[in-house]
Design a protein around this ligand. Structure first.
Ligand SMILES: [Zn+2]
Length: 240
C-alpha cells in the first residue's frame, strides 16, 4: 500500500482503546482529517511526539476505505517553548482550537494551514496576545467570516477616533453608535484589532486591557458564527 505524505499540524488527540489515539490533523493538502495512530501511549513509543499538542510534522498516512492511519512521522518543528510558558501554551491551544472550529476541508484550508503554522511560530517567539488576535482575525477571513475593520458600514464615517460604536455580528461589520443596532464595542477594542491586523489606528485608544477586550469580541464572534465555544481561548483571556 502506497503511503500518503502530508505536512500537518496536530490539533487534537483523543484516546482510543488501550494504547492508541485518534488525531485531528490540519494538513496542507487534504484539509482537516482524522487519523488513527497506534501504540503511542506505550512507554518509549517511537511516534509519541506525533500525538503531542502543537506537533508540526511530515506525516505518512495509510488509507483503508475512508480511514487514515499514521504509519510514520518526522518532526518539522516542535515549538518547544510553548510548553514552558503557561500564557504561550494557552494562546497556542487557542490557535489550534480556532483552526479546528474554522476548518471544514476544501480549498481554503491551504491558507488556513499556512496561517496556523505561522501563528504558532509567532506565539512561540513574540508577543502571544498580538499574534493570537492577528491569527483569529485572518483565520476568520479565510473561512468566510470576515470581520470588516473599516469605516461605518452604514454611513461610511471613520471610526478610529470614536469612544463607542457597534458591531453587527451578522454582517461582520462595525457601525457608528447611532447608525446600527449591534452589540456595543469600545474604541479601545476597535483600535487594538486594527493595530494587530496591521491597519492604521489611533494610539490614544491603545490601553493595557485592550487585547483582552479584543479577544473577548473575537470569541463572541466565533461563537456566533460557528456555534462552538472556545474553551482554551477563554482560559487564555482569564490568564491575561
Ligand atoms: Zn455611521
Amino acid at each position: 500500500m502506497e503511503g500518503i505524505k502530508v505536512n500537518a499540524l496536530m490539533l487534537r488527540a483523543v484516546d482510543y482503546g488501550e494504547n492508541d489515539k485518534i488525531l485531528t490533523l490540519l494538513t496542507d493538502s487534504l484539509g482537516k482529517i482524522s487519523a488513527g495512530i497506534k501504540g503511542v501511549k506505550k512507554a518509549g513509543a517511537k511516534l509519541k511526539f506525533a500525538a503531542q499538542p502543537f506537533c508540526f510534522a511530515e506525516y505518512i498516512l495509510a488509507k483503508r476505505g475512508e480511514k487514515y492511519t499514521v504509519t510514520q512521522a518526522s518532526e518539522t518543528e516542535s515549538f518547544y517553548d510553548l510548553r514552558t510558558d503557561i500564557n504561550k501554551f494557552y494562546a497556542a491551544a487557542a490557535v489550534c482550537e480556532a483552526a479546528d472550529r474554522l476548518s471544514y476541508g476544501g480549498a481554503e484550508d491551504e491558507t488556513l494551514f499556512a496561517l496556523t503554522v505561522r501563528a504558532l511560530s509567532e506565539v512561540c517567539n513574540g508577543d502571544e496576545a498580538s499574534a493570537l488576535i492577528k491569527y483569529l482575525f485572518s483565520a476568520l477571513s479565510s473561512s468566510g467570516y470576515t470581520m470588516g475593520l473599516d469605516n461605518c458600514s452604514e454611513c461610511g464615517a471613520p471610526l478610529v477616533s470614536c469612544d463607542k460604536m457597534r458591531f453587527d455580528m451578522n454582517a461582520g461589520a462595525f457601525t457608528c453608535w447611532d447608525c446600527g443596532t449591534g452589540a456595543g464595542v469600545s474604541g479601545v477594542t476597535y483600535n487594538v484589532l486594527r493595530q494587530c491586523a496591521g491597519k492604521p489606528f489611533d494610539s490614544a485608544y491603545i490601553t493595557a486591557d485592550g487585547k483582552k477586550r479584543a479577544l473577548r469580541l473575537l470569541r463572541e464572534y466565533i461563537a456566533y458564527k460557528t456555534d462552538a465555544r472556545c474553551t482554551s481561548l477563554s482560559e487564555y483571556i482569564r490568564l491575561l
